[in-house]
Ligand binder design. Structure first.
Ligand SMILES: NC(=O)c1ccc[n+]([C@@H]2O[C@H](COP(=O)([O-])OP(=O)(O)OC[C@H]3O[C@@H](n4cnc5c(N)ncnc54)[C@H](OP(=O)(O)O)[C@@H]3O)[C@@H](O)[C@H]2O)c1
Length: 293
């Protein structure tokens, strides 16, 4: 079992496999992350996928690919290099890939299932669509099994927008805020393992808790639970220059994710089926929020 990009989500997935007695190898870029993996019983490979990575233990293996694309451009050369390297290191039996729901683009608040055509608009989404297409080509060419997870906003302990709230950064009012979709990191890890265990090859799943909420309400809820002031409100028309381009790009897209295929085909019972079920536990254990949004 190899987890490429064994970070916040990967370590949770690794823990589930280790608990079943299955050894896990985690690939990370930095020495500090490699040491952290070793402390958790995960055999670590520290290598930069953007350089000339060493031969990886991929032949006949089950591989999770969780490394993000680079931060600019419209393609994912990091994934392309990984796939090219497989010709040398050996083709995996199955790849489970975490992508994003950004590939759907703006859906004007409509419910979106996996049959919705991709319509990426921002570069971030184009990179993810490029990755999905490359993986499908890989699967068609090599016969390797592929499962694509289109994942909503990940939250969990240490992954809440607390820094942003502490800095008093503004947010748009609820009547201008788009729909937002979330998944707790522990539930996402369980979905990843279920996808590795029993998803049919070629399957694509929306991964969210199925209870979309309003983005302004999300920030307010987190603030209330953390005992922090709610963000000051500004109208969207006044937001240019006051909100980051990254956040503005999220505010310009609205969709509600249909997660029924994930629930029915993978048979996952979500531990946190709503944000309101999941948030208190995140704050009880950890107040360090680092989520950039
Ligand atoms: N945040 C969200 O709401 C969200 C939503 C949907 C999907 N996703 C995606 O879900 C995936 C997993 O997320 P996560 O929170 O677990 O990410 P994370 O904690 O940032 O972990 C990413 C891992 O990838 C490794 N990595 C990055 N660049 C690398 C490179 N050039 N060479 C080798 N390793 C590299 C990092 O290693 P180091 O630790 O050494 O840097 C880290 O272990 C990511 O692709 C993320 O973009 C996120």
């Amino acid at each position: 079992m190899l987890i490429v990009g064994c970070g916040y989500v990967g370590r949770r997935v690794a823990a589930l496999h280790l608990a079943r007695g299955e050894p896990v190898v985690g690939l990370v870029r930095s020495a500090a992350s490699a040491q952290a993996l070793e402390r958790e019983g995960i055999a670590a490979i520290g290598t930069d996928l953007d350089g000339s990575p060493a031969d990886l233990p991929t032949r006949g293996e089950r591989v999770y690919y969780f490394a993000p694309p680079p931060e600019s451009g419209t393609t994912d050369p990091r994934l392309a290099a990984f796939l090219a390297g497989l010709a040398r290191s050996g083709q995996p039996r199955r790849i489970v890939y975490i992508g994003t729901t950004g590939i759907y683009g703006d859906c004007h608040g409509e419910w979106v299932d996996e049959s919705r055509p991709a319509n990426p608009s921002v570069d971030r989404a184009h990179r993810r669509w490029d990755a999905e297409c490359r993986l499908r080509d890989w699967s068609a060419t090599t016969g390797g099994e592929l499962v694509v997870l289109r994942v909503a906003g990940i939250y969990g302990p240490g992954r809440l927008p607390l820094d942003r709230l502490r800095r008093g950064l503004p947010m748009v009012p609820e009547d201008e805020a788009p729909w937002t979709n979330r998944i707790h990191a522990d539930d996402l890890a369980a979905v990843c393992v279920a996808a590795m265990d029993r998803a049919p090859s070629g399957a694509v799943y929306n991964v969210s808790d199925g209870h979309p909420g309003n983005m302004a309400d999300y920030f307010n809820r987190v603030a209330d639970l953390a005992g922090l002031p709610r963000p000051p409100v500004i109208r969207l028309a006044d937001a240019d220059g006051r909100l980051s381009e990254g956040l503005l790009s999220y505010l310009r897209e609205s969709r509600r994710l249909d997660n029924r295929r994930m629930l029915h085909e993978l048979g996952v019972a979500l531990r946190y089926p709503t944000l309101y079920a999941g948030l208190p536990a995140c704050l009880a254990g950890d107040h360090r929020g680092t989520e950039p949004a």
